[in-house]
Design a binder for this molecule. Structure first.
Ligand SMILES: [Cu+2]
Length: 135
């Protein structure tokens, strides 16, 4: 985790740049995603928050057209991998619609500390979120 933080900051000693993230490294967990065409916004809130290490957690998703209009996805598939380790989770989460375009995913578990990439596939697009487990 320390190596990832240092890579994200460049020098590692400049703690003043709090608003600009320039690399793919997970300097901070961003919980909002917007599609390239700007027509699809996805966000999540974990329970418990922050996400615990090696314990089950769930996610509440919001999905809309980036202007507050609901998008009713017919299917929603959530998964997570550790890109540095080329493996996924040891569990299979289950997602269910929660009305107004929202979804709830239960049964996620991060069994290793480090960089995880959470993906949420719906509406023909894949939203990606970088998460550092678990601070
Ligand atoms: Cu791993």
């Amino acid at each position: 985790m320390l190596a990832l933080v240092l890579a994200a900051c460049g020098s590692g000693s400049d703690g003043s740049s709090s608003s600009t993230a320039v690399s793919d490294a997970p300097a901070a967990d961003v919980r909002e995603w917007q599609s390239a065409d700007g027509l699809r916004c996805v966000g999540y809130t974990p329970t418990p928050d922050p996400i615990p290490f090696d314990a089950l957690f769930s996610l509440e998703w919001t999905v809309d057209d980036c202007q507050g209009g609901a998008l009713e996805d017919a299917e929603w598939v959530v998964d997570a991998q550790m890109p540095d380790h080329s493996h996924g989770m040891t569990v299979t989460p289950v997602s269910q619609p929660a009305g107004d375009g929202a979804w709830v995913t239960e049964g996620l578990l991060f069994h290793m500390e480090g960089w995880w990439r959470l993906t949420a596939e719906g509406g023909g697009q894949v939203a990606e979120f970088d998460i550092t487990c678990c601070s």
